[in-house]
Design a protein around this ligand. Sequence first.
Ligand code: ZN
Length: 190
Amino acid sequence: MKNLILTFFVLSLYTQISAHTINYYPGGPLEIIKIGHPTLSMVAQEIPLEEIKTESIQKLITDMIDTMKKAGGVGLAAPQVNVSKRLFVMKPNVLKKAEAVINPVVDYHEEAGTKLSTEGCLSIPGKKFKVNRYNKINVAYYNQRGEYVTELAEGFRAVVFQHEFDHLNGILIADFFMEEFFSSEDVPRM
Ligand code: ZN
């Protein structure tokens, strides 16, 4: 019994320490963590609205955009850099600037149907997956300036949004794929 209590105490202490660690962003270059890392399976925490404009979150966004671009990706979620917060960056359109999406909510248009999408993930190097994605989604979120935004997303923008939103809920494309394959053909990674 004593051992059990001690084990419980040590475990809860460990959980508190690790939860603190992954919610704290110390700055500096960001490393993209890979499949198997526990943070990738966790449901990320909402960011309090008053924190969006803080230096810590603004720097995290800048560094995530930089990391995404250097990795040749079109999207990157905070859990992929071991920060368990509901934030991702994306650049689905090469002609447009990268943007940040904070505390997103997604409403899937079931009547608009789904399509098979071929995707790579920056946290699953070298592999590609075919997954089902909704064609249309309504989304609501806060942008980098802390403004509340709602929109109907379609096409590739909706695909990237769904991939990144899944990351915030601890879901990887390796968890629900229709087909997994190796191919030299280039696919979008996010
Ligand atoms: Zn991914």
